[in-house]
Design a protein around this ligand. Structure first.
Ligand code: BTN
Length: 323
């Protein structure tokens, strides 16, 4: 697309300005067409300075994701090979499940700037204002159905690692798949699956990361327990490279998982903040307290109660009582 090429040329200009004549020649279009594309870019939020003798120069880049840029320099084999960006959806997970039914290849990423019906764990809503990352990855692992919950752990390892690498912030994992920084939640993962009794058809691994939104955009009860990467880093975070780092780490850990899932569990244990803590578990109206001892080979939490019996917890909310 000519507009995207103009943007690319302006962004890569070493001298700052690029003349309308150069842009027109490089693209094989008229200078009037160049001007029209510049106006369109301004409408999309770019600040573009025009100087009659020198040409055009970018002065402001809006914080919007651009479809054709998301894959640039990603260098993954399958995760993110195909990326579909939407300005607004109900839920990227729902869209990813639909895309999978229609044959989307493994690794397809569905991403949106905002969601009107974002889904959280245990039937909750995931409030999705602009400025964050909301995306779902189509996966088709050849593993037994009962191992599907491990995919969320793979995702959690990837997200925590990517935040550590790209933002230099020590993100940790709270069982099963909440990403925490300084005791507050910054990201969550939700896996949905279509399966037969002995075979997974496809999975949508949904990831929501609170990146640049204002915390005021969340209702007070959610805000109390939440943070954003921008808040923790003290600066706005560029979402494209962060997304790409997550996708690279996801590919890395997903490949390891397919051959040796124990490696992923070990990494999850290294990054987690739950094991060794006294915890309260609440699930479906039942609440109990105990010591989180570890996770089993299916990623379930092992909790030893005060009467020395051990409970194997497959789902629920964990509150850390004491470290
Ligand atoms: C949780 O911690 O409760 C899980 C939150 C998962 C949110 C993400 S945002 C992208 C994807 N689409 C959804 O509707 N949910 C997941």
């Amino acid at each position: 697309m000519d507009k995207e090429k103009i943007l690319q040329l302006l962004r890569s200009s070493k001298t700052g300005f690029t003349s309308g004549a150069v842009l027109a020649t490089r693209l094989g279009i008229s200078r009037t067409m160049v001007w029209k594309h510049i106006k369109e870019l301004e409408r999309e939020g770019f600040g573009i300075e025009a100087m009659p003798s020198r040409g055009y120069r970018i002065t402001l880049v809006p914080d919007t994701l651009r479809q054709n840029e998301l894959g640039q320099g990603l260098k993954t084999k399958s995760i993110g090979k195909e990326i579909r960006l939407f300005p607004e959806v109900v839920s990227t997970n729902t869209l990813a499940m639909e895309a999978a039914v229609q044959g989307a290849p493994e690794g397809t990423v569905i991403i949106a700037e905002t969601q009107t019906g974002g889904k959280g764990r245990l039937g909750r809503t995931w409030i999705s204002p602009r400025g964050n990352l909301y995306f779902s990855v189509v996966l088709r692992p050849q593993i037994p159905t009962h191992k599907a919950p491990l995919i969320t752990l793979v995702g959690a390892v990837a997200v925590a690692s990517a935040i550590r690498t790209y933002c230099s912030i020590p993100a940790t994992i709270k069982w099963p798949n909440d990403i925490f920084i300084s005791g507050k939640k910054v990201a969550g993962l939700l896996t949905e699956m279509s399966a037969e009794p002995d075979r997974i058809r496809h999975i949508a691994l949904g990831i929501g990361v609170d990146v640049n939104m204002e915390l005021q955009e969340l209702p007070p009860d959610v805000r109390m327990h939440a943070t954003t990467l921008a808040h923790e880093a003290g600066r706005a975070i560029d979402r494209k490279p962060l997304l790409q780092q997550i996708l690279r780490d996801l590919e890395h850990w997903y490949r390891i998982f397919l051959t040796s899932e124990g490696e992923v569990l070990k990494e999850w244990e290294k990054l987690n903040m739950t094991i060794g803590c006294r915890v309260t578990i609440s699930n479906a109206g039942e609440v109990f307290e105990g010591l989180a001892q570890g996770i089993d080979h299916e990623g379930r939490l092992l909790v030893t109660l005060d009467d020395h019996t051990t409970r194997i917890v497959a789902a629920g909310d964990v509150t850390i009582v004491k470290r």
